[in-house]
Design a protein around this ligand. Structure first.
Ligand SMILES: [Fe+2]
Ligand SMILES: [Fe+2]
Length: 156
């Protein structure tokens, strides 16, 4: 498979695209040399990135959050397996991890992350239309509503 290129894998949410670019770069470094430092950088970036996406999805009440989170968990589990094998001195594990992650990131960013990106952009577009209706009542009695008057529970 051709090397991952963040521009062809853009999900059009700047903070996510920036992290994807960093992960792709860390993967390229790891492919060149499976040193402890490169392994640690790649796995840390992945873990932090998954947690970041999951926070954004929760805040936006993204409907496919659980599905997306499961995909992250499955990848994390596979990566942990490769890391354990590398630590045990298995020479093939590094190459297999590169192959697995290249394929996984290719598929995941282009499908699951793009779906999430579309939902996040949509959510942010609507956020500014949400107003706080307290009127003359004490502020704690006010309610968040959308422009169409539907109740809205802001993420805590
Ligand atoms: Fe993701
Ligand atoms: Fe991602």
């Amino acid at each position: 498979m051709a090397a991952l290129n963040w521009t062809t894998h853009a999900v059009f949410v700047t903070e996510i695209d920036d992290e994807h670019r960093e992960i792709f770069a860390a993967l390229a470094e790891f492919e060149k040399a499976a040193t402890r430092k490169n392994i640690a950088r790649l796995t840390t970036r992945l873990t932090d990135h998954f947690a970041h996406e999951e926070r954004l999805m929760r805040a936006a009440r993204y409907e496919s959050y659980k599905w997306h989170k499961k995909l992250h968990a499955a990848a994390r589990w596979r990566v942990e397996g490769f890391v354990t094998r590398m630590e045990q001195g298995e020479a093939e594990a590094a190459g297999e991890m590169v192959e697995y992650l290249t394929e996984w990131l290719h598929n995941h960013t282009r499908v699951a992350d793009r779906m999430m990106g579309a939902a996040l952009r949509n959510h942010h577009r609507h956020m500014w239309k949400v107003t706080f209706q307290a009127g003359t009542k004490p502020i704690e009695e006010g309610k968040w509503v959308t422009v169409t008057g539907e109740p809205f529970e802001p993420p805590s």
